[in-house]
Design a binder for this molecule. Structure first.
Ligand code: GAP
Length: 521
């Protein structure tokens, strides 16, 4: 958002600014940067880890500590789990990941680059040369907000090499994904990083699981996988939980943790990475109730992103999957989507809510030869394999959505860039400052800091002008700054400056704790 008279930032400018601010202020760093980084891996810095943990805690609170009330007003029963990243490799055979967890990729024989085939956008480009319209061919690039710019730049370069001409602006509405073209059409495409047609290979499946070896022998018998989702660890422990946690149908098992996917083209900052965190919950229920719970969870999750995380409602939507889009395990799926700057005007996935039926338990029961039936003692010992509704969201992607939603740009402020993060999620809740670093003000401010940091993440800062200190906290998304001034010493009051408006109010220092408890919810 731009709130002054200068022209609004374009989506790609906004995205570039967000990535730069995330680095500059210690939210997100490229992983192993001093060695040149590693594509698809990112590290969370001091502010980033606080933000990520706050989102994780909000999810855990809404799922495990205080799960929602069901349609009949009864609190749902959901328990937590923390399973191993590496499980018996048979897990991934039974789940279908060894055979089917793949993306289509295409290699460029000339540039040696590898692309996700459905991410290559192709468009026919025309130019006027010598009074006639000439076909420059079907150019391609990776999809994103800058796709039209990249195609145009490449076409201009080709035209210059041909001796000049006027480019007819490419019509991106006619663009198609590489995978949507026929084999003959694909053979004529000019790859994203080359100038000659026909260098892209036919799309072929590429399994996304990272493999490793367990033990000293690096052979096939010892091959294991880093989990590509946290969900399977939950299915493997379904019986353990049933036997130990006194749960009965319907109930859920929730888990937050790392997942790994060897994505063909990791991109868009932390949107698609090779190592990321998921927040997943498997909700087990009698088969005949699955449809009703599916609808319940889609709406509950959409509301959570709106209300608990505070994402702009107009930038959130529910998208039901068409039947040909469903993963190998689901009978229905809806995504909670967010309008990221790089997806504008479209939306991109934030969370998927899948109706997995009894696919996973059936597979693991057969593969492990373990009876996973539920015995319903309240209903004549009826036996059945429960059906599962799975709200599966990305914690890494949640951080991205929060940063994108919070980013504000206003050249008229002392802090032209600032983050309007919901106070309850803000990494640092309070900046605590003496107005000047003398006359007893630092002593009182330090005392306040020592008291308030016990309940709220706080930063004490006595350096630079007060305006610069406010601007620094605005960039970090800190909702309130408390300043001790001359009047504080005589009247025992402080000023509280509000990040969003820049306005200040004077509060009795003895009332700070209740004031903050209410304001930071
Ligand atoms: N257990 C089901 C499952 O894993 P998914 O749609 O593949 O479903 C769930 O993943 C969520 O995990 C996604 O909605 C997204 O937020 C996040 N996610 C998936 N792949 C990701 C990646 N490569 N980088 C970051 N987040 C990812």
């Amino acid at each position: 958002m731009t709130t002054n008279d200068s022209p609004p930032l374009t989506a790609s400018q906004r995205m570039a600014n967000i990535v730069a601010l995330a680095k500059r202020r210690g939210f997100v760093f490229p992983a192993s940067e001093i060695y040149g980084g590693l594509n698809g891996f990112w590290d969370f810095g001091p502010l980033g880890v606080l933000l990520k943990n706050n989102i994780r805690d909000a999810w855990w609170q809404a799922m495990v500590t205080c799960p929602p009330l069901g349609p009949d007003g009864t609190p749902l029963s959901i328990v937590g789990l923390d399973s191993a990243i590496i499980q018996n490799p048979q897990t991934w055979v039974a789940s279908g990941h060894v055979a089917g967890f793949a993306d289509l990729m295409s290699d460029c024989r000339e540039s040696k680059n590898r692309y996700r085939a459905d991410h290559i956008v192709c468009v026919a480009v025309l130019a006027e040369r010598g009074g006639a319209v000439q076909n420059l061919g079907v150019l391609s690039t990776l999809d994103g907000t800058d796709a039209a710019e990249k195609i145009t730049a490449k076409a201009q370069k080709m035209l210059r090499k041909l001796g000049g001409g006027t480019l007819i602006p490419p019509d991106m509405h006619t663009a198609k994904a590489f995978t949507e073209l026929s084999e003959a059409e694909r053979a004529a495409v000019i790859g994203p990083d080359v100038e000659n047609p026909g260098t892209l290979t036919e799309p072929r499946a590429f399994n996304l699981m990272f493999s490793t070896h367990v033990g000293v022998f690096q052979n096939e018998a010892n091959k294991a996988y880093l989990r590509p989702e946290t969900a399977q660890g939950i299915f493997l422990n379904y019986k353990n939980v049933l036997d130990t946690a006194r749960v009965k149908m319907p109930f859920g098992i929730a888990q937050v943790g790392k997942a790994f996917r060897n994505e063909v083209t990791p991109r868009n900052f932390i949107f698609r990475t090779r190592e990321f965190e998921q927040m997943e919950m498997e909700f087990f229920c009698p088969p005949e109730q699955a449809g009703q719970w599916y609808e319940f969870w889609v709406e509950t999750r959409l509301r959570w992103w709106r209300e608990a995380i505070g994402l702009t409602p107009a930038k959130l939507q529910r998208r039901d999957h068409a039947s040909d889009e469903l993963s190998h395990y689901s009978t229905a799926c809806a995504d909670v989507e967010y309008r990221y700057p790089f997806s504008e005007p479209k939306f991109g996935e934030l969370e998927g809510i899948a109706h997995r039926g009894n696919y996973d338990l059936t597979q693991h029961a057969a593969s492990s030869k373990t009876n996973l039936d539920y015995i319903d003692q309240e209903n004549g010992n009826r036996r059945y394999l429960p059906h599962v509704i799975e709200p599966a969201s990305g914690l890494t992607r949640a951080v991205l959505a929060v940063l994108c939603d919070a980013y504000q740009h206003d050249a008229s402020r002392a802090s032209p860039e600032w983050l309007k993060i919901k106070p309850s999620l803000a990494p640092v809740k309070l900046g605590i400052f003496p107005l000047v670093n003398k006359d007893g003000m630092p002593e009182m401010a330090e005392k306040l800091y020592l008291a308030l940091r016990q309940n709220h993440t706080s930063q004490y800062d006595a350096k630079q002008s007060i305006g610069k200190r406010y601007a620094r906290m605005d960039e970090a998304g800190t909702p309130f700054c408390i300043t001790v001034d001359g009047e504080s010493l005589t009247h025992h009051t402080v000023t509280i400056r509000h990040r969003d408006t820049g306005t200040q109010e004077r509060v009795d220092a003895s009332q700070l704790k209740p004031w903050l408890a209410a304001a930071l919810q």
